[in-house]
Write a protein that binds this ligand. Structure first.
Ligand code: C5P
Length: 401
């Protein structure tokens, strides 16, 4: 799976730096292209020549080395990397990444990349367990960076504890798992809904909600990357639709969304309804702007169709995934919804938590299955929550053939 993948390996100043040489050897053996970047202190432990020979590529140690190439090097590396692996990672580099510092070629490349970043910490146990390091690690995990657990055992500093560099084979397995996702949804059609709906009262006013569409757009984006054919039905949002969509259907109201979803349902293998559909709409649309008159005004509302519930009734082989934004007895309500709508699983946002739900770039979700089993995911970028949701769709697709 690593064949022809471009791995940028950052080696930093830990005694475990010599172990990375083996990592390069194994990466090359699996067919990866490897570009090693060494920090100044890493070069004190191991000579760049070791990595140069093993990677068959000159090692980069200096952001301003000559001769200058025509492209901006850290941006070129950041753009072309499939994975950036920092191994071993010192407490210092972890802190710098967490702070957004970009004062050398490695940190600048990491700050500029959109590729998956994997970090393998190796350091003295007290440095690792220091709350500052732990806070930084938690923060990076929250941003979707994969931070590996160091192993426990005797350390070079004489202490015994957690801080050892994981076995090179284990690191390679994790990288394979990450890139293996590359095309695992190929040949599948996804119908995804996103954003709020708008229910007009008159030509000027409408009823809506705070949905930004970020979760649904992230799902669409990730499903495209993983090879799926994606139809995105979206209420009004400020987000540019991801490149590579099979079809984009912009809608305003719940009724329009219902029509678009039903029209595309038969060709879908998976439906993920991340849209926050308004439950009610004004009974009557006033073609003229309603004039300000009395102290009180009553807008009569009628129920919108529950699109997902309709799909649940029509469902044959499709995998159906719903979202629930709850503020009260979240799990109980989500499970009830899942059953009523005949879903395979439901993604519960507890919108009362900081860093979850509407508008935010991150989300904290719990996945609840038919049998009542639930899985709590940590706070992550919506893009990474999207990948985790797609991971959970996969077994249902295999089950359905
Ligand atoms: O019942 P509730 O609106 O909380 O359910 C949320 C789930 O149902 C979401 O997946 C949402 O997209 C979907 N839904 C729908 N049609 C509605 C209301 C919600 O498809 N009218």
């Amino acid at each position: 799976m690593l064949k022809n993948k471009f791995v940028v390996l950052g080696v930093t100043g830990s005694i475990a730096a010599y172990k990375s040489a083996d990592l390069v050897r194994l990466l090359k053996k699996r067919g990866a292209r490897v570009q090693v970047i060494m920090t100044k202190s890493a070069c004190k432990f191991v000579k760049p020549l070791t990595f140069q020979v093993l990677s068959q590529n000159p090692v980069i140690t200096d952001m301003f080395r000559e001769p200058y190439r025509w492209e901006v090097e850290h941006v070129a590396l950041a753009d072309s990397a499939d994975i950036i692996l920092v191994a071993p990672a010192t407490a210092n580099i972890i802190a710098k990444i967490a702070a957004g510092i970009a004062d050398d070629i490695l940190t600048a490349t990491i700050l500029a990349t959109r590729a998956k970043v994997v970090i393998a910490p190796a350091m003295n146990v007290h440095m690792y367990e220091n709350p500052i390091t732990q806070k930084n690690i938690e923060y990076l995990k929250g941003l979707g960076i994969k931070v590996l657990e160091p192993e426990e055992g005797p350390l070079a500093c004489g202490y015994t504890g957690r801080g050892r560099f994981p076995a090179a084979e284990d690191i390679i397995n994790i990288l394979e798992e990450l890139v293996g996702k590359a095309q695992d949804l190929k040949g599948r059609t996804f119908l995804i809904t996103a954003g709020p709906t708008r229910e007009p009262i008159d030509p000027i006013r409408y009823i809506s909600n705070h949905s930004s569409g970020k979760m649904g757009y992230s799902l669409a984006h990730k499903a495209i990357i993983r090879g799926a054919r994606v139809i995105l039905v979206s209420g009004p949002t400020n987000i540019t639709p991801p490149a590579g969509l099979y079809k984009f259907v912009p809608v305003e109201t719940a009724i329009q969304m219902e029509k678009a979803v039903l029209e595309n349902f038969n060709q879908a293998d998976v439906v993920i309804k991340a849209a926050a559909v308004a439950d009610y709409r004004p009974k009557k649309f006033n073609p003229e702007k309603i004039k300000k008159k009395d102290d009180e005004m009553i807008v009569e509302l009628v129920k919108n169709p529950d699109i997902l519930q309709e799909l649940g009734k029509k469902k044959q082989n499709q995998v159906l995934v719903g979202f629930a934004a709850e503020t009260d007895k979240p799990e109980k309500n989500a499970l009830e919804k899942l059953k009523r709508k005949n879903l395979d699983f439901i993604v519960l946002n507890d919108v009362t938590q900081e860093g979850a739900g509407f508008g935010s770039d991150t989300n904290i979700v719990k996945i609840i299955y038919k049998d009542g089993r639930s899985e709590a995911l940590p706070r992550m970028l919506k893009e990474d929550v999207a990948d985790d949701i797609l991971d959970r769709v996969l077994p249902f697709l295999t089950e359905n053939g």
